[in-house]
Write a new protein. Sequence first.
Length: 339
Amino acid sequence: MTNPVVVEVLRGDRVESAHRGAGAVVDADGGIAFAFGDVDRPIYPRSAVKGLQALPLVESGAADLLGLSRKEIALACASHAGEDAHVELAAAMLKKAGRDQSVLECGAHWPLGEAAARALARSGRDPGPLHNNCSGKHAGFVCLACACGIEPSGYVGWDHPVQRLVTGALADVTGARLDETTRAVDGCSIPAYAIPLRALALGFARFADGQGLPPQRARAAARIRAAVAAHPSAVAGPGRFDTEAMTILGARAFTKTGAEGAYCAALPERGLGIAVKADDGGGRAAQAMVAALIRRFGGFDEALTARFSRFLAPRLVNWRGVEVGALRPAGPLADHGHS
C-alpha cells in the first residue's frame, strides 16, 4: 500500500514538497474512528511511547516509595530540551534512588534546546548523560529498579527485570506482540519494538481513560496524565509542540513525539488514542498530522479551537524572519471540521 500525501509544504502559494504518511484514531474497544494509509504495518514509535513505558514506575508503587513529585513523573515521560531545570530534575530523581548520573546508560548528547546547548558550550563543559533528552525516562528506570530491590546495572538490556516490566506493560496496553522478531535498539539504548499504528492508537485510547486496563494500571495512567498536564514544560521545553500544545489543552490531551516521524496522543475526554507516522521520518510532518487529528477529534469549544489552530498550518520563515510559506494538512487530513 502506498500511503497518501498528508502534509504539503508551501513556498508562497505553490506546493514545494509533500509528506506521505499513515495514522489511526482508535477507541478503547479497538474501534477505528478514523484511519488513513497502512495502519497495520509495524513501525518503531520510539520516544512516543514514553508515557506507557512510565506505567510500571507508578503502578508498582516505586514512585510513591521514593517520593517522586508530579514534575518528576512528568520528566519520566520526557524528551526534554536539556535545560538546567530538566538536568536538575533528573539528578534529583536519581538522588532519591541513592544514585547519581554515573548509573545512567543512555549516553550523552548536546541539549536539544538551542539556548541550553549554547549556554553549556559557553560554560566550557561537555554534555553528560543528564543532558540526554531521555535522562528522565532512564532516571525513572533506575528508580523503578532501586525501589524494587533490583540492581540497576544493565537496565537497558531487554532481559533486565526493569525492561521486562516495561515491555510487559507496553505489550499488555497495546495488545501487540513484542519479542525478538519485533525488537531493535533505540537511540538511548533501550529496546525498541515495532508496533502497528492501529495497536499504538489502541494503547493510547486505553491510556486516555483507563478503559480496558486493570484498576491499578488505570490509576497509574491517570496519575501520569495529570503530572504531564500540570508540568508540560518538563516533557519538552519552550517552543516545542508537546509543551506548547499541552499548555493550551491541559488535561484534554496528552501528546508525545517520537523520532523518525512517529507521534502518539491521547484524548481523555473522548476516550480516543492517536498514532501517526510520516513515511520520510519528518518530524514537522508528524506534528502537523497529529495536530490535525487532535483538532478534528478533540471536541474543543470555539475559544480553545482558536487557540490551538496555530499548530494546524505552522508558518515557515527564512533567516531574516520573513514569512515564506507554511505547512498544511492535505489529502485525508485536509478537512479540519469537528468530528
